[in-house]
Ligand binder design. Structure first.
Ligand code: ADP
Length: 235
């Protein structure tokens, strides 16, 4: 999925406090690329991903996905656009504990115009790919963190989305499960998906073909400026 972001701004208002989470962010991402968004906690990574994933809308600016302006759609239109086109992977897995593995993975297929047998086929394919076919009747809390993240990835890919957004996908995993998740993201990338991943980890970011540095809601292009930002953070 091709992404074109122009002059994006996001301001949160809590009581009388205004927080500028994104400040004049412009960015183009080619279809099929794997981009890592890096930066310290609070710099706006999740906010950017949430806007790209149509979970939130910006205060100002433009966001075009495959040429379609989505920045200021109403909530219902955002949900409709998102369905089947965008898959999410979160640090905390975000599975529904009351639903079993199969029901969790089925969720994105809910309102898609597919036959029951096609939905079953897609779930089978995603669970095989994530090596969790033998866990379909388990509930999330009966699984390890690594297994829960594999269920979450199966849910993210079951509708064959063109865009996968991963927010600190290895943040709650040990190093071997983290490496496994990064291997899966590499495979999805090779399969043609566009991946945008927020991360603190340089090791994870090294899997991407492009790294974008965010600091205080802004993209920092120049390495010297970036070093200055990090020095300020230390003092
Ligand atoms: P990161 O993902 O890089 O840690 P976030 O995008 O979560 O950063 O947050 C960027 C800034 O916006 C932070 O200062 C955070 O406190 C603020 N923020 C994020 N979400 C909200 C919200 N819903 N309401 C108010 N402030 C928020």
């Amino acid at each position: 999925m091709k992404i074109e972001i122009k002059n994006l701004e996001k301001v949160f208002r809590t009581d009388s406090v205004l927080t500028v989470a994104l400040n004049d962010v412009s960015l183009d991402i080619e279809d099929g690329s794997f981009v890592a968004i890096m930066g310290p906690s609070g710099c706006g990574k999740s906010t950017l991903l949430n806007i790209l994933g149509l979970l939130d809308s910006p205060t100002k600016g433009s966001c075009r996905l495959d040429g379609v302006e989505v920045a200021h759609l109403k909530e219902r239109q955002r949900t409709d656009y998102r369905r089947g086109r965008i898959g999410f992977i979160f640090q905390s897995f975000n599975l529904i504990n009351e639903l079993n593995v199969k029901e969790n993975i089925m969720l994105p297929l809910g309102n898609l115009d597919l036959s029951r047998s096609e939905k079953e086929r897609r779930v089978e394919e995603a669970t095989k790919r994530m090596h969790i076919s033998h866990r379909l009747r388990h509930y999330p809390l009966q699984l390890s963190g690594g297994q829960q993240q594999r269920v979450a990835i199966a849910r993210a890919i079951v509708s064959n989305p063109g865009l996968i957004l991963a927010d600190e996908p290895t943040g709650n995993l040990d190093s071997s499960n983290g490496a496994e998740v990064m291997k899966i993201l590499d495979e999805l990338h090779r399969g043609g998906a566009t991946i945008v991943m927020a991360t603190h980890s340089l090791k994870d970011a090294a899997h991407a073909d492009r790294i974008i540095n965010l600091y205080d809601g802004q993209i920092v292009e120049n390495l010297t400026d970036l070093m200055c930002c990090y020095r300020c953070l230390r003092h």
